[in-house]
Design a protein around this ligand. Structure first.
Ligand code: PMP
Length: 365
C-alpha cells in the first residue's frame, strides 16, 4: 500500500490512525458482532458513539453549556437555506459579510427567504482581504450577521473571532460558516450565535453537518421550514429526529479522539501555524510562485498560489503527481494551484510540497 500526500480541499485527507482503527472495527465494533454502519441509530451501542462524539467535540471547542450541538445532513449549502428558515423569525433582514465564493453563495440563498443587507464586501480587493470590522454597516435590527470565517476557494481566513461588541452591536448573533477551518484553531464559541460546517474537510466523511447553536435561537423556525431541519426539533430529538448519518458521526468521533491525543485544538493550532508558515514563507521568498492574499488574512488551511509563468501549470501538476503530491490544481474560479493543509496533513506533507516547489522552480526557473 502506498498513500499519497493528498492536498484536496474536501473531501480531504483523514488521519491514517483513524482510518486504520475504522478498518479494524469494520466488521465487529467492540464485540457488538456487527459494524457501526449496520447498527440501529437507536441502539445502545450507537447512542454511546454519538454521545461520546458530542462530548469530545464540546471539550475540544470548549462549547458553553447553553449551546446545543446538532449532527445534521445536507452539508453547508443546505445550511445556507436552513439558517434563514430557522433564524429570521419575526425579523425580515439578515446581514451578510462577503469575503469570497462561499459567503456570496450563502447570501444569495438567504435572499430567497428574507432581505439580505450586505454589511461589508471584500469584492473590490478581488476577494483578497477581510473588511475591517469597524467598516461593517449592520442594518437596524438584523436577525443575525453571517460570516464565512475561512473561504476555502479564495484562501482568506478571519484572523480572529468577529467581536461585534467592538462596534456596539453585541446583541446581533453572529452566524459563521466554519466548514473549512473548524477545529484548526482555538475559537471563543460564545462570540457566535451559531457555528456550522460540513464535516468533509477537517472532521470526517461528507454527509455530516455540524451545527453549534445558542439555545435562545431555537424555536424561531418559519412554518415553511422542513421539520427535519428545524433546529429545535433536531435538538429535542438529540439529533435523531430522522436517521442521522451514523457512520460519518462515528468517524468524526474517532477524529475527535485523535485530536485529543494530539493535545487538543491549541496544539493543533500551533502545528497549523508552523505548516502554514513553512509554505507561505517559501512562496513569499520565491520569484517563481506567488500568493496574492493580504498577509493578515491568509488561510492556514487553504493556500492558493500561482506559478508566475502559467504556461508551466500542466507540467507542474504532472510532476507533482509523479512525486506523490495530489489534488493541487486550484479551483476553476481562481485558477493556479491550491494546497489544502487541514489538521490531518502532517508537516512532513507540507515539507514534501515545499521540496517539490523548490525542485520544480530550479528546473524551470
Ligand atoms: N462553505 C464552505 C466554506 C465550503 O468550503 C464548502 C465546501 N467546499 C461549502 C460551504 C459547501 O459545502 P457542501 O458542499 O458540503 O454543502
Amino acid at each position: 500500500m502506498s498513500r499519497v500526500w493528498n492536498f484536496s480541499a474536501g473531501p480531504a485527507a483523514l488521519p491514517e490512525e483513524v482510518l486504520r482503527q475504522a478498518a479494524e472495527e469494520m466488521l465487529d465494533w467492540h464485540g457488538a458482532g456487527m459494524g457501526v454502519m449496520e447498527m440501529s441509530h437507536r441502539g445502545k451501542e450507537f447512542i454511546s458513539i454519538a454521545e461520546q462524539a458530542e462530548a469530545d467535540l464540546r471539550e475540544l471547542l470548549a462549547v458553553p453549556a447553553d449551546y446545543r450541538v446538532l449532527f445534521m445532513q445536507g452539508g453547508a449549502i443546505a445550511e445556507n437555506a436552513i439558517i434563514p428558515l430557522n433564524l429570521l423569525g419575526e425579523r425580515d433582514t439578515a446581514d451578510y459579510v462577503l469575503t469570497g465564493s462561499w459567503s456570496v453563495k450563502s447570501a444569495k440563498e438567504a435572499a430567497r427567504y428574507g432581505k439580505v443587507n450586505l454589511a461589508a464586501s471584500a469584492e473590490a480587493s478581488g476577494w483578497t482581504s477581510v473588511p475591517v470590522l469597524e467598516s461593517w454597516q449592520l442594518s437596524a435590527d438584523p436577525a443575525y450577521l453571517f460570516v464565512c470565517t475561512n473561504e476555502t476557494i479564495g484562501g482568506v481566513e478571519y484572523a480572529a473571532d468577529p467581536d461585534l461588541a467592538r462596534i456596539g452591536r453585541a446583541e446581533v448573533p453572529v452566524v459563521a460558516d466554519m466548514s473549512s477551518h473548524i477545529l484548526s484553531r482555538v475559537i471563543d464559541v460564545s462570540r457566535y450565535g451559531l457555528i456550522f460546517g460540513g464535516a468533509q474537510k477537517n472532521i470526517g466523511p461528507a454527509g455530516l453537518t455540524i451545527v453549534i447553536v445558542r439555545e435562545d435561537l431555537l424555536g424561531r423556525a418559519s412554518p415553511h421550514c422542513p421539520t427535519a431541519f428545524d433546529y429545535k426539533t433536531v435538538a429535542e430529538a438529540g439529533s435523531m429526529y430522522n436517521t442521522p448519518p451514523t457512520y460519518a458521526i462515528y468517524i468524526a468521533g474517532l477524529v475527535f479522539q485523535w485530536l485529543k491525543r494530539q493535545g487538543g485544538v491549541a496544539a493543533m493550532e500551533a502545528r497549523n501555524i508552523a505548516k502554514a508558515r513553512l509554505l507561505y514563507d517559501y512562496l513569499d521568498g520565491s520569484d517563481f510562485y506567488e500568493n496574492r492574499i493580504d498577509p493578515v488574512c491568509r488561510s492556514r488551511m487553504n493556500v492558493p498560489f500561482f506559478l508566475k509563468n502559467e504556461a508551466l501549470n500542466d507540467a507542474f501538476l504532472t510532476g507533482a503527481r509523479e512525486a506523490g503530491l495530489l489534488q493541487l490544481k486550484g479551483h476553476k474560479s481562481v485558477g493556479g494551484m491550491r494546497a489544502s493543509i487541514y489538521n490531518a496533513m502532517p508537516i512532513e506533507g507540507v515539507a514534501a510540497l515545499v521540496d517539490y516547489l523548490k525542485t520544480f522552480a530550479a528546473r524551470h526557473g
